[in-house]
Ligand binder design. Structure first.
Ligand code: AGP
Length: 619
């Protein structure tokens, strides 16, 4: 949940500071309750750090400039141990003369016992953080062995938990050493300069040549070299890849917010996720499949593990995959999975869904599933992240960088990937949907244009958001695949507009929630297409009647041509017609736009909502 940047170059000038600060600006969404920088200069290691947003650090550096440097590290923090204060901000110092500076992302789970040992040796601490313990250990180790890579290796083998560490030392200018376990770290390879970052956004403006590190690895960079070893000291190779995102993709591109930009990018996110999924004959193919087709044919249960919005895309997947493959599918919140004594064996496919690929709850669920013998497949938007690397197979979404904390385009890409997975399994298992997989893939390819059509119809939704700015509670109803969309619509409003909102299955109304309906209560209702099976449409229309009769303000999301809803709707937001199972790709968009514009009407920062971070890498 923190942003990490490292740089090493050849010239003693202001570039190291500039690269680090630019990188932190691009990574600020990963956590922003404090920020700091360390540079190795001719005066030794110089650091500056401030609580609050990155702007506070910038102001401090303007007031007290650091000397020229060619080696630097920087950090934006989302507090876990110790509150967001200047003292707890990273970098932390260690070793004789405080010559070492270190930054960290993650949690060192055994830091209490290590700190106790250090305190007994008379070591003094300035912060409450687990990070400072690592700084003290690496600093002391450097004093003993005189080599930063060896010092790092000796220390990380004593640490438990999830961590990315970066360190510099006054005695070795031109060197940055990084180590990772269960936490992100990528290397950027330049000409006469090298970079490190929590993700490629940290250095995307300088190089697109990246190196993916594996679990429990240490990387040492100098201006002209990089070397990777495993924690046991054996040599290792990172996995080189080209970053396809250009610099502008990580910027706002003219929109008021990253969230607005990312909502607008949804047609591309779906289209790009569909790209390259079928052979010329229409047969479906997946990414990095390290599970044999026979193993997949043998699967008799599928369990999705995910959190938040990713859990709601998993709920959509349940309806689709069960319908197409007739395999039982369940969705378990990742943080519940390990403690629910799950029924998992070697015929269970555990599918994790994660935009960041770093959500600790989801990562730990995947690890637990593997311990139980399950096959694991990751649906993920971030190449080289931890969860895909832990999984037997990967189905990458190609939504591009999602910077806003509130997930939007990744959500649609996750649903798309789940559809692809369901159709792939149906095709592999020769289920009766195998032949219609091609039909559905064809319709899926038409969805980006339909999503764009919905985006072009949002004027009224923006108006609604503006005149509802003082709303204090909104309810969301849906049935079948509309139910997860109701949950997602409520989550968006909670997390960026700070309004109490609740989503529930429309059929649940009469079992309690209808008591909440009073005159003027705004209720969004996601209406299935009129040609949905099992009279689904008719049932939802009667739900709208029930709440309208009790004075609710009914805000209806309905397909083009659906006239049955008209008599009971205070507002109708139309979406194009499509197959009932694919409707979530369209019906969620007005709810995203509504939440964004209501947050804007309240003058809130939709990209960095209070108390939240983009990637929650603590359990
Ligand atoms: C959604 O808008 C939230 N940001 C949050 O619920 C998020 O979906 C959840 O934390 C999972 O994150 P992940 O997809 O990166 O694993």
């Amino acid at each position: 949940m923190c942003g990490i940047v490292g740089y090493v170059g050849k010239t003693l000038d202001g570039k190291a500071q500039n690269v680090v600060m630019e990188g932190l600006a691009r990574l600020e969404y990963r956590g922003y309750d404090s920020a700091g920088i360390a540079l190795v200069t001719e005066s030794g290691v110089e650091t500056e750090k401030r609580a609050g947003k990155l702007e506070n650090l910038r102001s401090a550096l303007e007031a007290h400039p650091l000397h020229d440097s060619r080696t630097g590290i920087g950090h934006t923090r989302w507090a876990t141990h110790g509150g967001p204060t200047d003292g707890n901000a990273h970098p932390h110092r260690g070793g004789k003369g405080d010559k070492l500076a270190l930054i960290h992302n993650g949690i060192i789970e055994n830091f209490h016992s290590l700190k106790k040992e250090l305190l007994a040796e008379g070591v003094e601490f300035r912060s409450e953080t687990d990070t400072e313990v690592a700084a003290k250990l690496v600093g002391a180790e450097f004093d003993a062995v005189g080599d930063l890579t060896t010092a790092m290796r000796n220390v990380v083998n004593r640490l438990e938990g999830a961590f990315t560490l970066l360190a510099v030392h006054a005695d070795v200018p031109g060197v940055v050493v990084g180590a990772r376990r269960n936490s992100p770290l990528v290397v950027g390879l330049g000409e006469g300069e090298n970079f490190m970052g929590s993700d490629v956004a940290a250095f995307i403006g300088y190089t697109r040549h990246a190196l993916e590190l594996g679990q429990d690895q240490i990387v040492t960079i100098t201006p002209d070299s990089h070397s990777v070893i495993n924690f046991d000291g054996s040599p290792a190779e990172g996995k080189a890849y080209e970053v396809t995102w250009d610099a502008s993709a990580a910027e706002k591109g003219g929109y008021d917010s990253f969230m607005a930009k990312e909502i607008a990018e949804q047609p591309d996110a779906v289209a790009n996720t569909l790209l390259g999924r079928t052979k010329d004959d229409g047969e479906l193919v997946l990414d990095e499949l390290r599970i044999s087709e026979d193993q997949l044919r043998n699967v008799d249960r599928i369990t999705f593990v995910a959190c938040g919005t990713a859990a709601y895309s998993s709920l959509v997947a349940k309806y689709a995959i069960e319908h197409w493959t007739r395999i039982p599918v369940e969705v378990t919140l990742a943080h519940e999975f390990r403690y629910s004594d799950p029924i998992v064996d070697d015929r269970t496919l555990v599918v994790s869904v994660s935009q960041s690929g770093e959500t600790m709850d989801t990562l730990m669920a995947v690890k637990h599933a593997k311990e139980l013998g399950a096959l694991t497949l990751s649906i993920c938007n971030t190449q080289g992240s931890t969860i895909p690397r832990e999984s037997d197979a990967v189905l990458y979404t190609h939504a591009g960088p999602e910077v806003a904390v509130a997930s939007t385009k990744a959500f649609l890409a996750q649903i798309t990937a789940a559809y692809i997975l369901g159709l792939y399994l149906a095709q592999l298992r020769g289920e009766n949907y195998a032949d219609s997989a091609k039909v559905l893939m064809t319709e899926l390819r038409e969805m980006p244009a339909k999503i764009q059509d919905v985006l072009d119809r949002m004027d009224r939704v923006v108006e609604m958001a503006n005149f509802m700015a003082d709303t204090r509670s909104v309810l969301f109803l849906g049935r079948h695949v509309g139910f997860p969309i109701a949950l997602e619509g409520a989550l968006k409003l909670k997390e960026i507009a700070y309004i109490h909102a609740e989503g529930f299955a429309a059929g649940e109304l009469k079992h309690g929630p209808i008591a909440l309906i009073e005159p003027g209560q705004p209720v969004f209702i996601v209406v299935p297409s009129p040609d949905s099976p099992h009279e689904l449409h008719k049932k939802v229309v009667s739900n709208i009647q029930e709440i309208r009769a009790r004075g609710a303000r009914t805000l209806v999301i309905a397909h083009d041509g659906d006239e049955d809803v008209v008599p009971f709707a205070n507002e109708i937001i139309r979406v194009p017609q499509c197959s009932p199972m694919l409707a979530p790709l369209l019906t969620v968009v007005p709810l995203q736009v509504f939440a964004l514009h209501l947050a804007m009407a309240k003058g809130l920062d939709a990209d960095q909502p209070r108390n939240l971070a983009k990637s929650v890498t603590v359990e």
